[in-house]
Design a protein around this ligand. Sequence first.
Ligand code: ADP
Ligand code: GN1
Ligand code: MG
Length: 357
Amino acid sequence: MTDILSIAAFFATEGEAAVVKPLGEGFINDTYTVFLKDRTTPDYILQRKNHIVFPDVPAMMDNINRVSRHIRAKVSDPLRETLTVIPTKDGKLYYKDSDGNFWAMCLFIKDSMSFDRADSPDRAYQGGLGLGTFHRQVADFDGSLTEIIKGFHNIRWRFKQWDASLERNAAGRVRELGNEISWIESRREKMLSFWKLYEDGTIPVRVTHGDTKISNFLFDSRSGRLLCAIDLDTMMSSTLLNDTGDALRSYTNTGAEDDPDLGKVSMSMDMFEAYMKGYLKEMKELLAPAELEYLAFSGIYITYEQVLRFLMDYIDGDTYYKIKSPDHNLVRTRAQYKLLTSMEEQLLEMERKISFF
Ligand code: ADP
Ligand code: GN1
Ligand code: MG
């Protein structure tokens, strides 16, 4: 096993790293907390970045560093209201070990907490303020960002991958998935016609976060106030509707992302309202008409994309997401599909609510 402490020693910490502990259950990266000598709370986060998923870690770290510096100049508590990247002792934003793994470090944000699920409308409201604040802070970022994962939320590109995956049938599972595959195919044209609005410039290009589920935001552990967006690996130029959509997918779900009990999964209108109230408080004035028009639909778009991605990974033989059981990706697919249908049923009501904000 890699000696994580010896990896930490390559970074410019304010003293020698004494203890490391694994943290959380990310689907993609491996995360550790790092403690300096005699500390009871962590000082740093150290991550092994998955370089299969993120083929250009140096470019990714450069994106993260530039955007977080841009945000730092605008906030009152720079150590807690944005990520701070810690360079290596020789001034790089990452360390590459002898096995070819990439590592990166950032400051651990003190007195913070994160959640897997929104536990109250107030949490959803704070989350909405959080994403709205992030979008507002980056709205005037004028550098260009590297496209870290090709076509990440581009459904036209996802369909290319999907068609190839069905054709390959790598795990021999296609035959048993007729029903699930029809969920994707029956909505293909609708999703493409939405994406076309981005391609033709009706929906503007912005700096986006790319992965706005609730666990990628930190809240103050005393007041519950939102501190900042974290997990900036997927920041790219795209439409901000990807972010609002992914946030709705996460915050409004009454069940877990991979809930085996579909009875528990649905879209909560209360959470939707609270989230949108927070988001629009920060962003309403800055949104283009087409962004406002598709705000509610964005949840459907990204939840659909997530159904496709989980199902595609199941068809591929589980090569992308970490799984905890052989059918985990199928369970995830079904749970996300249940959420998708619940959102579809409530689309008009969501749009009506937005028109009153
Ligand atoms: P992953 O890519 O595996 O999702 P994240 O960057 O989201 O990794 O980190 C996983 C968890 O670690 C977060 O949900 C949060 O609880 C915690 N975390 C990450 N970065 C920080 C930080 N800078 N300060 C405090 N906690 C953090
Ligand atoms: C992954 O890394 P993590 O767990 O925050 C994935 C997201 C998915 C999410 C589903 C780079 O996010 O796109 O929406 O799982 N990240 C990547 O929970 O693919
Ligand atoms: Mg995360």
